[in-house]
Each structure stands twice: as C-alpha cells, then as structure tokens.
Ligand binder design. Structure first.
Ligand code: SAM
Length: 282
C-alpha cells in the first residue's frame, strides 16, 4: 500500500514516520510513503502556492493549479472538470485502487471504520490544506472524500495526514503481526460471533463487539499506593475474561455511551450493564 502526501511543508514529516510499527512496515515493504512538495509544482520566481480569496475576507487560499499538477504527477486524472468529463472506464479501472482525500475541518469524521475501508485500497493520496483552505474546485474535480480528524481547527492538514497514515497503516494486513488484533481494539468490529465464548462468557478481547478497550496493567503489582486487580493475577482465564468484559462495558458507558447503541451485546453483557447502572444510581 502507498500513501502520497501533498504539502507545502514536506519537512514536517521528517522523522514522524521513522518510529515503531510505521517504520517497520516501511522497512518490510508493506507500506510506502511519498511526501511531495507543493512548491515544486509552481512556475514563478516566488514559488507561489496561495492567493487572496475571491469575495474578500481573511487569509489566503491554496491555488488550484499547483495542486492539479501535483496530482497529475501522481497519475491522478480529473473525475470531472470544466467540461464535466468523467473518468473514462479505463481510468476507473486504473484508478480503482486509489482514493484522493482532502484533509479538511469540514470533512466527514475520520473513524476506525473509515480507516478499515482505506486499508483495503492500494493507494491513498492526502492533500494537506493551509491558510483558509484549498480552492474548492480541487475537491470537486479530484477528491473522493473530505476527511476531518475531529471537531477542531488545525493550522494545516499535515498533522491530520499523519494521523490518517498512522491509523490506516496498522490495519494493512501483515503490519500488526497478528492480523486479528486490529479488530479487537477500541472501536473494533461489532460482531455477534465474538461476543461470547463457548461457555457463554463474554469475550474480552480488547474492543471486541465495538466497545472501548479494557484497562491494562503490568508489573509492578503495587504502584502509587494502588494494587493491580487481583483477578488478573490468579490465572483463572474465565474470570479474567469476565472482568475484562465488565471493564469494557464500564468504560464505554462512562466515556462513550453513544458506542453502546451500535455494539453487539450478549444477554450477559446486558445484565452487567444493568448492574453497573444500578450501582452508579446508588
Ligand atoms: N477555514 C477552514 C475552516 O474553517 O474549516 C480552516 C482552515 S485550517 C486553518 C487549514 C487547513 O488545516 C485545512 O485546509 C485543512 O487541510 C487542515 N485542517 C484543519 N482542521 C482540520 C481537521 N479537523 N481535520 C483535518 N484537517 C484539518
């Protein structure tokens, strides 16, 4: 899988992808990252990438021509242009593995589900905006989607691009070693089959069933006056699974109750939730 990032600050990415899983995935050839300097696609002495907004108002806007050239250099054709030319069938085939994404505070939310979809494509092209944003025609002509990493305004799309690369990359098959582990984290796939084991004990694999992950502990057993939960040290795996599932439910109810609506919950889960709610009400 390949990520292509278009930015006016290529130096921003120096070092950011040289750690941990992201570095290893590149070293093993599972993932590649190209960073492209938008100014390389300008033709004036000042390497101008921005201009004043039509209609007046604050700030500057990234000009369309350098962005269009940068995209063209990556083999990206217009979806539709001034002449409303749709991508030809041949181009569709050639481009079927590519998603062109504009990072934008106005985009649809970037979620783990979006990341799972993107991890299936061959190439993700990320356009980083700056200033007031990008001339909207770039979005209309070339982009498959606008993505926002959260309800706040960054000063540029670079941080957002790094978030998308990091999140999507670890879901590419082979990158995490154990391919299943991406499914069993916070925001994992809600799946009835993993909600309880053969003995009816709810599964506790991290975010199984679409819940948040459970809390993790390691040595020392005693830290800061707090002891790690005894149940995790007694070797009874059924008890451990039950405790972890309960913690997932507690954490999700406390921090992200909205996720419970889409989660796959067993009868045991429902009973636990009711017990927790009663407890909290007391
Ligand atoms: N005028 C824009 C607005 O109000 O939505 C904000 C522009 S922002 C200062 C500059 C660039 O940062 C945007 O073009 C976009 O690429 C990026 N950006 C800002 N917030 C973002 C977010 N929440 N998610 C993704 N990209 C973001």
């Amino acid at each position: 899988m390949k990520f292509e990032i278009i930015t006016i600050f290529p130096g921003f990415f120096a070092g950011i992808f040289e750690h941990g899983i992201v570095r290893r995935a590149q070293a093993e050839g599972l993932v590649g990252i190209g960073v492209h300097d938008l100014r390389a696609f300008t033709h004036d002495r000042h390497r101008t990438v921005d201009d004043r907004p039509f209609g007046g108002g604050e700030g500057m806007v990234l000009k369309p021509e350098p962005l269009a050239e940068a995209l063209k250099s990556l083999g990206i054709e217009a979806k539709k242009g001034e002449k409303q030319v749709l991508r030809s069938a041949q181009n569709d085939e050639a481009e079927s593995g590519t998603r062109v994404i504009l990072l934008s505070a106005q985009g649809r939310p970037f979620t783990q589900a979006v990341a799972r979809d993107l991890a299936k494509v061959e190439r993700v092209v990320l356009i980083c905006g700056r200033y007031e944003g990008v001339d909207e025609r770039i979005n209309e002509i070339y982009c498959d989607m606008e993505l926002s990493i959260g309800d706040y305004v960054l000063s540029g799309g670079e941080l957002a691009a790094a978030v998308v690369v990091d999140t999507v990359m670890r879901l590419v098959p082979g990158v995490l070693g154990n391919e299943a582990s991406g499914e069993f984290e916070s925001f994992g796939i809600a799946d009835a089959e993993i909600s309880s084991d053969e003995e009816g004990v709810p599964r506790s694999q991290h975010g199984a069933g679409g819940l948040l992950d459970y809390p993790h502990y390691t040595r020392p057993a005693e830290f800061g006056g707090l002891r790690a939960p005894e149940v995790l040290m007694n070797g009874d795996h059924q008890q451990i699974r039950r405790w972890r599932r309960e913690q997932q439910l507690r954490k999700t109810l406390k921090n992200r109750p909205d996720l419970l609506e889409g989660a796959t919950l067993s009868d045991e889960d429902q009973r636990l939730l009711e017990a927790i709610a009663t407890e909290d009400g007391e």
